[in-house]
Design a protein around this ligand. Structure first.
Ligand code: GLV
Length: 318
């Protein structure tokens, strides 16, 4: 197949030179353009056949008449799938979740250990030069539930099991996973799954089937005092219901990297809640050195007319 121009798009200014270095070394023959804003992209929309990016509005793609393949830099495609504007012959692929899962596993582990080792209490005591004994917990006494056992959830489960946690999983459709002690399948199994977990880790894609799935009724199935960690998508959780569940003690702590609206609005009540830890969607960064080899392999397959890896199923929405 004829190699057309590639348009690379990232709003992270510091990342673009890294993408450029890696891509020009791997694809010396290719015509590649780089943009960090719509204005910078506009001159290339007419001719580009391949789009590699994230953080762009979906309508952007409808302005690309020669487009044949979109490689999303991230693992999630929820921000473009609803308004997917492309002709059926345009292929949509996403990044392999396994490439970002190691850092996400570290984030989840950090969130769990931060609570069980109680560094926050230690800091408070330190501020008053207090030497008061306190008992620390252990991950080995926890049952941790992973909701969403795809590439990322599976790696998180494997990491937590290595440290001795009891790890169970939930997913919407049937599949086995050797990393889990038990898997629960389908919405009807959610209450039983949640009732067993001290920590629940959400790694779900945002689709019409998962939007606000964690509403008041579902959250109410959790063990009192549960630690809820969301590293998937904010839209999966009903944020008002979560606040009420924290107030009532059903949720003991929430560690959230993703939100229904990002950036989290200034007036949002999450900011000041002492039982919520907020991070600004940082847990699965798209490190150029990690993700570019996946694009380069897919590019070779695209040119050879072979099947691409991680093609998004538009009906399933991930
Ligand atoms: C990050 O949120 C991603 O979609 O990879």
């Amino acid at each position: 197949m004829q190699a057309g121009p590639i348009l690379v798009y990232s709003e992270y200014t510091a990342d673009l030179p890294r993408f450029e270095r890696l891509l020009s070394a791997a694809l010396p023959e290719a015509e590649i353009h780089y943009a960090r804003s719509l204005d910078e992209a506009i001159p290339h929309l007419e001719r580009a056949t391949i789009f590699y990016g994230w953080g762009f509005p979906a309508e952007f793609l409808s302005k690309m008449p020669k487009l044949r393949w979109v490689q999303k830099m991230g693992a999630g495609v929820d921000d473009i799938i609803d308004a997917w504007p492309c002709r059926p012959e345009v292929i949509l692929t996403r990044t392999d979740g396994k490439l970002i899962a190691p850092r996400m596993s570290e984030y989840v582990l950090g969130a769990i250990l931060n609570r069980s080792v109680r560094f926050d209490l230690a800091r408070r005591q330190q501020a008053h030069r207090q030497w008061n004994f306190f008992e620390i917990g252990t991950i080995r006494s926890l049952t941790i539930g992973i909701a969403g056992v795809g590439e990322i959830g599976t790696m998180i489960a494997a990491t937590l099991r290595l440290l001795g946690a009891q790890v169970i999983g939930w997913r919407r459709t049937r599949a086995s996973s050797p990393e889990l002690e038990k898997i629960f399948v389908g919405n009807a199994a959610l209450p039983e799954f949640l009732g067993r977990c001290d920590v629940v880790v959400l790694v779900l894609p945002l689709t019409s089937a998962t939007r606000r799935l964690f509403d008041a009724d579902v959250i109410d199935c959790c063990r009192p005092g549960v630690h809820l960690i969301n590293v998937g998508r904010g839209g999966v959780v009903d944020e008002q219901a979560l606040l009420r569940a924290i107030e009532g003690g059903r949720v003991g702590h929430a560690t959230l990297d993703v939100f229904r609206t990002e950036p989290l609005p200034q007036e949002h009540p999450f900011w000041t809640n002492p039982h919520i830890t907020i991070t600004p969607h940082v847990c699965g960064p798209l490190v150029p050195a990690d993700v570019v080899p996946h694009f380069v392999s897919n590019h070779a397959a695209f040119l050879a007319g072979k099947p691409l890896m991680h093609v998004v199923d538009l009906d399933r929405q991930y």
